[in-house]
Design a binder for this molecule. Sequence first.
Ligand code: F3S
Length: 405
Amino acid sequence: MLLTDEEKRILNGAEGPGKQKAMEMLYALGVTFDAERLIPIKRAHVALSGQEGDTYWCELLVEGGATCAVPPTTNPYWDTDYLTRFFDVTKEELDLANRTGDAYRKIGAILTYHCAPGVCSNVPFFGEHIAFSESSATPYVNGALGARSNRESSISALAAAVIGKTPYYGYHIDENRYGDLLIEVDADLNECYDWGILGHCVGDIAGSLNPVLVFKNKVNPSQEDFLYFSAEAATSGAVAMFHMVGITPEAPTLEAAFGGKKIPAPEAIITTKTLKDREAKLTEAKGDINLVMLGCPHYTYNQLLDVARLFSGRKVSHNTSFWILAESGAVELAERSHLRQQLELLGVRMVGNTCIDEPCWKSFEGHLGLTDSPKCAYYRERRGQPFAIRRLSECVEAAIKGRID
Ligand code: F3S
């Protein structure tokens, strides 16, 4: 990979060990993927996880004097002030959370703690070269918005933010953004949950290839629909780029989606039955629940309104907790409009800045939880809590009864 004189200086340590480490990371990545050079980025998003390895990397760069040339937004970890009122955590868990916040503050990140930056908080324009980590955010910004990002790790995204550049390979290049396989969709898609299940099917079929979807019926996905689709396509598969013909910006036509290549025969036809079968496969568990957890990815204000409408004044069962993880701006709006207070009277709590995959939730482990997000179920199950998956209206009804029938 060719470096400019300025980039070579940084690689040789002329601007301190922090920037040198970041440049070493980008150089190694570029060489690995045969990138010809680095290109400037306009934005970055770092999937800081509050886990030791990510925090160590950020501290290493900070101790070496690095700050960000392009301040990145950040993923959530957990709201230590608010959640320690409800849950016990160890001193080590709290220390790690505080260390994480300190390190990213010092390096100059924008502490949004939000995992859907493409929806708000860090929204790229069409064609912008960016470095986004967070598996659900990358397909969203590439497919739905037409920005250009590889599937960055939190490590490489932070290195890119420090240097302000990323290696020119993968989804930055036109040829790698075109469709690889065709999927026909002839299914009822009524709410974001359905789009999530569709994404889960598509991820399974596409793996890490670029699926092109054609819809038999006219569809008009919302930002929440795109977000659910993206999150699940990156959970069952590793989709980083997708096209929806006549809908997403790089697919005005089927021909454009495939970049003029021969259009392949459909790899699959996804029907309403396919979605129902997938749902049945994902949601076998039934019985008493101790937790309903929504907001993976983070809920928007509109989704908070949906929850209030569905409860319609009824209360959460005394043996069930109901938590919604939301973008902190949405939580603030809910506070101002008294939506938060109304929901709390029903037993529904919301929290910003927080991921489902954090130690603060461990007191629920060992019992059955319920969510509208297969991604949430996937991560929580790895932590020892089985989760059932249902659409939002069914989550609300189950919370009122304290069980899933
Ligand atoms: Fe967000 Fe954590 Fe889910 S980052 S998408 S709440 S796994």
